[in-house]
Design a protein around this ligand. Sequence first.
Ligand code: GLY
Length: 420
Amino acid sequence: MRVLVVGSGAREHALLLALAADPAVTALAAAPGNAGTAGLAEHPGLADPTSGPAVVDLARRWKADLVVVGPEAPLVAGVGDALREAGIPCFGPTAAAARIEGSKAFAKDVMAAAGVPTAASEVVDTPARLDAVLDEFGAPWVVKDDGLAAGKGVLVTTDRDDARAHACGLLEDGHPVLFESFLDGPEVSLFCCVDGTDVVPLLPAQDAKRLGDDDAGPNTGGMGAYAPLPWAPPSLVDDVVERIVRPVAAEMVRRGTPFSGLLYAGLALTASGPQVVEFNARFGDPETQAVLALMRSSLSSLLLATATGRLGSEPAPTWADGYAVTVVVAAEGYPGAVRTGEVITGSEAPGVLHAGTRRRDDGAVVSAGGRVLSVVGTGDTLAEARADAYARVGAVHLPAGHARTDIARAAVEGRIAVPG
Ligand code: GLY
């Protein structure tokens, strides 16, 4: 099978690594890819990954049997529709179905219709409503950009002035603001392959969204993750599939916009059960780097079965025993403006996945984005996987780069509990 992966992050690097290890895959391409994916996949070049016609043209020229769309922006822009119209199997939903990520208000509407538990919410599109809504919700305030913001549009704060200022900033930029009630409980990311009605869950993971240790600082796209979750109730995956993912998939079918691709349920495990924080329409980053490090069955078979509506007859994925931990190495300034062009050393070691990197003409690998590397360790225990990941982080060098030092630490120390 010839597989084309669209995207250029560490999530796409992880997808390519798993596909490269899959005997059913005969050729791989990454578009546009990054300095780390060049050794794994052809880089045929793609100027605009959000252009449906450009992706279709490339898929035809490269003779792709399957196109896997990594990031959300091409999906929301309709790349999945263009591939379907061209008769090319695509792992990734149509634009109409990707609205479950692209519009938080739409996702809330789907959840309400499907009877799925989630935080109470209200969308505000004028500053005149702000004070009344801030009073209504009370602290802690959860203030989100209603559109795509790569995780960085979310502010959770007990400071009313900060909440108001964040909301005003979003409104000034022309973005409606979603206020939500705060969900108290540990967060879980559960990725499910969905082909309309059939649902196949992957391993549950947890990501670290805040910039600093002990969840200090602003929200980011994600600074690390681990899988599976030693503290989670054994029934968690089945419960979430039955109570949340299947009803949402059925509601999408009922609306005439079936979801086909990766439905990412971001959950809080509250005292009253799992509640949805958000849905995404693609693999999560950096959780994918940990989850796929443990996959032992054929990823290409699972993705193609999803893309072609044959998930019901696909065997369940199999996993290595043990755990995986991924730690993101970010550039100075991330999640704000970053300095790029810094020379990175040690980035070709096993377990070092690339995100914002490029290879200079002189052969040096240099930084080219905010999240630069995603370093993955594995082990029989979560403590061993964590130690392995941090040993690998210690062997790479990005000038002024920074990484959290506490990824998976609370879980190793038994400090995560679902409220009773
Ligand atoms: N890990 C958060 C995300 O992928 O959106």
